[in-house]
Design a protein around this ligand. Sequence first.
Ligand SMILES: [Zn+2]
Length: 138
Amino acid sequence: MAEYLKPVPTPDPDTKKFWEYAKSHELRLPRCTACSLLFYPPQGLCPRCLGDALEWVKMRGTGVVYSMSVVYANRSKGFKDEVPYIFGYVTLDEDVQMLTNILFKGDPFQVKIGAAVEVVFDDATPQVTLPKFRLRAG
Ligand SMILES: [Zn+2]
């Protein structure tokens, strides 16, 4: 495997489970057992009621593009051969938004706001798998 030059997340106690599920190609998000809020990004306390009893719910992995930016220049190490790429928000079917990369081939503007997308898992390094999204067929 070629050396992975882009930055990768460092799991902490609040995000460790998210990354472990991603590594096994499952998209799971925390849900507060007190108030039922499902949220992203993962954190140790519910952002609504500050409850600390969380359960990890498997997402369908499908959603729609909420907003996006096409990035044409990034001088950071590892991105030189990646431009253009899309950085954007996806609204999951479960009504949670995730900041993510939206993958495409060819023209980035074939990706439209509201387009149907599905999660894909990028095994970036032996330790880290990144959930990303791509256009859903049909
Ligand atoms: Zn809560």
